[in-house]
Design a binder for this molecule. Structure first.
Ligand SMILES: *Cc1c(COP(=O)(O)O)cnc(C)c1O
Length: 362
């Protein structure tokens, strides 16, 4: 019998949701709005397509393993030297690299619950002990998380805005938290939804990176930049932390097209600003609707909202799907009576709210 690690045997593979085509076929619908994976409803900057068609690329050669074009674009955008970035095949891969480099069976790792599931998934594969600290009203309990840290803790994960609740952390709370974390512990600050944040009390992650050598911030091109299909994410930290992780990274982990696409995308900040504004309008519409209809929700800084329906999430999920809208059931997210719904375009938001209204008024 082949050998499989015990902890891997206990895991289940990631289950992707049904594709739009599958749902169309199954329900005989012609139009489907997919609001399940927090993809950008506006697509991506048109600069991306222009850049990709302008470059005749030799597909037979390996990509630039150092990602120099994208690294240069990040350097210009952030005004930070290239050695402060690590590039990943999505920020999922940055999470995997950190876990592989820093976790094993002699270590523990601290995270919120519910939060983005890949932290736990990767920690389990590495055999580390996982310490989960329950959220309070969708918010990280940072004081409890800090007191869960001991001499065996290697990594603490902080997700802001948190997936699946959308709640972000304030400048004051985050600084107070980091001050309490001993410097042998690496703090991972996952900012997959950074570009959408409008909260006035949000922190400046770059200022924190300058101050704390044990902090790494992860960001992605999958959400606001609208490039989920290309798989590009990155970590930002002081050079010493990046250097410690680099040996774990696969030599050609980000592909040639993805590097070009991401470098073009980050140069178009007016597209990002447009998406942020549209997203905020959509959130406000959702929040007004929820308040008017007595539905609970968490105040969100992401491009999604977790709405509490006070009934089985799968029932609500199915009812919405029959109306052509695919949301994410809260069952797998730790909120069995809620749906996580991506904020769509204005038209999609209107259709979604109309569909919800029809369902709950029945
Ligand atoms: C979507 C998401 C990611 C992963 O993004 P990729 O860059 O596509 O791998 C990471 N963290 C959170 C919180 C997310 O929601």
């Amino acid at each position: 019998m082949m050998y499989i690690k015990d902890q891997v045997k206990k895991l289940t593979p990631y289950k992707p949701g049904k594709t739009v085509d599958e749902v169309k076929k199954e329900l005989g619908l012609s139009e489907i709005i997919k609001l399940a994976s927090n993809e950008n409803p506006f697509g991506c900057s048109e600069k991306v397509g222009q850049e990709l068609t302008a470059h005749a690329m030799n597909y037979a050669i390996y990509p630039d393993g150092g990602g120099s074009v994208l690294r240069q674009a990040l350097t210009e955008f952030y005004q930070l030297p290239g050695e402060q970035f690590i590039l990943g095949n999505g920020s999922d891969e940055i999470i995997q690299i950190i876990s592989r480099a820093m976790l094993d069976s002699s270590k523990n790792t601290v995270m919120a619950a519910p939060t983005f599931p890949q932290y736990k998934h990767n920690a389990v594969i590495e055999g580390a002990k996982v310490i989960e600290v329950p959220l309070i009203d969708g918010r990280h309990d940072l004081n409890k998380m800090a007191s869960a840290v001991d001499q065996d803790t290697a990594v603490v994960w902080v997700c802001s805005p948190n997936n699946p609740t959308g709640v972000s952390i304030s400048d004051q709370d985050l600084k107070h938290f980091i001050e309490q974390i001993p410097d042998h512990v690496v703090i991972v600050l996952d900012e997959a939804y950074f570009e959408y944040v409008t909260a006035a009390d949000y922190y400046d992650a770059l200022e924190l990176i300058r101050k704390y050598p044990n902090l790494i911030v992860t960001r992605t091109f999958s959400k606001a930049y609208g490039l989920a299909g290309f798989r590009v994410g990155y970590g930002i930290a002081q050079p010493s932390l990046i250097q410690a992780l680099e040996p774990v990274r696969e030599p050609f982990n980000t592909n040639a097209l993805a590097q070009l696409a991401a470098a073009a995308a980050i140069k178009d900040q007016s597209f990002i600003q447009h998406c942020r504004e549209q997203n905020r309008n959509g959130i406000e519409k959702f929040e007004r609707f929820c308040t008017e209809h007595n539905l609970g929700f968490f105040p969100t800084q992401g491009n999604f909202i977790l709405v509490h329906f006070n009934k089985d999430a799968n029932v609500m999920f199915e009812a919405l799907m029959r109306k052509g809208i695919i949301a994410r059931s809260g069952h797998a997210l730790g909120y069995p009576e809620s749906l996580r719904i991506t904020i769509g375009t204005e038209e999609q938001v209107n259709k979604t709210l109309k569909a919800i209204e029809e369902i709950i008024s029945q």
